[in-house]
Design a protein around this ligand. Structure first.
Ligand SMILES: O=C(O)c1cccc(C(=O)CC[C@H]2O[C@@H](n3cnc4c(=O)[nH]cnc43)[C@H](O)[C@@H]2O)c1
Length: 253
């Protein structure tokens, strides 16, 4: 609760007037890499439902290891958003964060990318003429756009490259699939598996979303030996250290 001067009196601030940020990663290792960028130890707060636990930092965002894939990430992010709203302190921003595959040459291993578009790349129908997104079938949405000024500030602070981050349910494992994705999404810098799910949950609550990813592997032919998870988690910690003041000062328009 925050006290503020209003018409000469000290009052409590209306919900949402101070930043209240949720960072959703897929796995605990990513959550812990984000936590390392902030001072103090997290308090564990169980969420309704099986296996979802918020890590609440004393001077930083709430962190949630929401699970791998867009559906589980959406379900768990929605639980956290609903719980915060019911407690009278809704989140003002949701950040999807973690490791990702990077499209060469723009997003090399160890680099950071920030999404100016979060796009579901495989949500649609395969036809004889090729892939058709659900929007062209008359349903839903396939893209969420984080606030422009926030993306710009995040990119400046962290050095992350701004561009499209794709959400896929199937990790790309061939050069042909990587080329097909880039042909359909020429601005794509990276692919991961949760951003669109987290963005859908945020949109359902009218909450802005951001996605920050650290590249652990190239998008292309499957090669587990080429993964650099440690380097990517280190880049994620560094990135959030630099992003912290941006998150602290950013307010929805
Ligand atoms: O077994 C494989 O060949 C393989 C290749 C890439 C990624 C995986 C995962 O299981 C990663 C899931 C996890 O990490 C994010 N991530 C990291 N790199 C990628 C990627 O190239 N494409 C999609 N997702 C990636 C993802 O967000 C998940 O949280 C296995």
């Amino acid at each position: 609760m925050v006290l503020q001067a209003q018409e000469g009196r000290l009052t409590t601030s209306p919900a949402g007037s101070v930043p209240h940020v949720l960072v959703a990663t897929a796995v605990p290792a990513e959550r812990d890499a984000v936590a390392q960028a902030f001072p103090g130890a997290a308090t564990e707060v169980p969420l309704p439902g099986e296996g979802a636990v918020l890590h609440r930092l004393p001077a930083g965002p709430d962190l949630l290891a929401a699970g791998v894939g867009p559906a589980l990430a959406a379900a768990r992010a929605a639980s956290a958003l609903t719980a915060a709203a019911l407690h009278g302190r809704p989140y003002t921003l949701v950040v999807s964060a973690g490791i990702a595959g990077g499209f060469a040459p723009e997003a090399p291993v160890g680099s950071l990318v920030v999404a100016d578009e979060i796009t579901a790349a495989d949500l649609g129908a395969e036809t004889a003429e090729g892939f058709v997104p659900v929007t062209e079938l008359g349903f839903g949405t396939v893209t969420h756009r984080p606030p422009e000024a926030l993306v710009r500030d995040a990119a400046t602070a962290t050095g992350a490259r701004p561009g499209t981050v794709l959400t896929v349910s199937t990790v790309t494992g061939t050069a042909a699939r990587a080329a097909a994705l880039r042909a359909r999404h020429p601005r794509a810098l990276a692919e991961a598996m949760e951003g669109f799910g987290v963005a859908e949950a945020a949109a359902a609550h009218g909450t802005p979303v951001l996605e920050l990813r650290a590249v652990s592997n190239p998008v292309g032919p499957r090669d587990r030996a080429a993964w650099r998870i440690g380097a990517a988690l280190g880049a994620l910690t560094d990135g959030f250290g630099k992003l912290a003041p941006v998150l602290e000062s950013w307010r929805p328009a």
